[in-house]
Ligand binder design. Sequence first.
Ligand SMILES: [Cu+2]
Length: 125
Amino acid sequence: MNRAVPAVAALALLTGCAPAPRAVVSPVADQARVGLTEWQIAVAPPAALPGQITLNVTNAGSTAHDLRVDGAIEPASVPVLEPGQTATLTVQAKPGGDLRLWCGVPGHRQAGMDAMVQVTEGAGT
Ligand SMILES: [Cu+2]
């Protein structure tokens, strides 16, 4: 059977053609995944629309973390999550009002758990 050969070739083609975007246009959404690890906060996508944004937060690290959000209409936070725990946080973002996400466990922000979510001006349709 040489059926496997085209499949392997197709896979190689897919991975080989994966583009490396240079942030020409930031992906924008009303939802973002937030991953907490030692010692960073990963946000995908890193840009959002104004209005209600749902953050799906996962503690993907090996120690407890929380999440604080500054820059929204009202401050918002997620209580301390143990490793593997998840939480959902909804914030109201202002047009052009970037959100700052950080971990409030002492020392973690200084260690690098600090990230921005760019909020667009909201001119889109
Ligand atoms: Cu932390």
